[in-house]
Design a protein around this ligand. Sequence first.
Ligand code: SAM
Ligand code: SF4
Length: 336
Amino acid sequence: MNPPILPPPLLVDRFGRQVTYLRISVTDRCDFRCVYCMAEEMRFLPRQQLLTLEEITQIAQAFIALGVTKIRLTGGEPLVRRGIMALFEALGALDGLKDLSLTTNGSQLVRHAGDLRAAGVSRVNISLDSLKADRFRRLTRTGNLDQVLAGIEAAMDAGFARIKLNSVILKGRNEDEILDLVNYARIRDLDISFIEEMPLGLIGDHDRAEVHYSSDEVRADIEARHALIPTTEHTGGPSRYYRLDGASIRVGFISPHSHNFCDSCNRVRLTAEGRLLLCLGQEHAVDLKRVIRANPGDRQALQTAIRQSMPIKPWGHEFQLGTQPLIFRHMNRTGG
Ligand code: SAM
Ligand code: SF4
């Protein structure tokens, strides 16, 4: 009798949550210095400490063999990493990967949007916190609004299945632009998510508790003008979605403080230096760079290390307003 064909092992944590989604930070570097993400002066990782593009591809393959179907590349700014298009092409060609996506600040999209689409990227998230050039510059410290808006248009022309805008809202800085941002998205038929700032790393710019603007406040501001219709739709990420009445777009809320999303967590993160982070808001991690460099070409060793990480995936984050951050790693290290 032939031995039974066993299904591939899946990644299930001790709370019964299956991990199907991998976010990869391909670089900690960025051409912007957003005030909620980074300090003004940052020290970035030396190049030899980063995973190579080939190592990232091998790790992605190991995850796919373990049931991961969605991969998002993020950073830092993924499109500033040299040679990055080769990684998109390699990942886009992998069997078993159903969804390849990107989170970007949009600054390089005019140059890359068409090639990203051709490589198989289906969804793009683009960060946009203000439609006023001077304010955009203050929030990003170095960003150029026109360049990003042109990037959004280029992404629309490239024909991605879905483009979503991400806006971090800070009280006193950009909360008066919520309706303008919704309008910008509505006219272009783009989805938009509003994000509560998370206390990752020391940033020096502001007191995070003072600028906290909750998702409920954002929603109330929108509902003063537009009805929001709750929907059960989700895209595998932490957003809770609503339909904007009279339009086809979705408005999402990512609310780590006010509406914790951990119970449905299906994701893990790979940092640019190869640490597999089991939770955005905790330090539980496994050093996959060490595993891959100690066992060159050995997919089993990688898969074993990944499977063995599941028992240390914590229940969730413990973000608290008004206290020093528990996590000293900035968002650019983790990948948002
Ligand atoms: N550079 C790309 C970008 O800005 O879209 C990708 C990386 S960025 C770290 C990913 C997302 O995280 C962005 O939408 C950004 O606004 C968000 N982000 C960064 N720091 C954050 C923080 N402290 N709290 C909440 N969101 C943050
Ligand atoms: Fe760069 Fe994105 Fe962080 Fe802004 S949020 S500094 S664009 S990595």
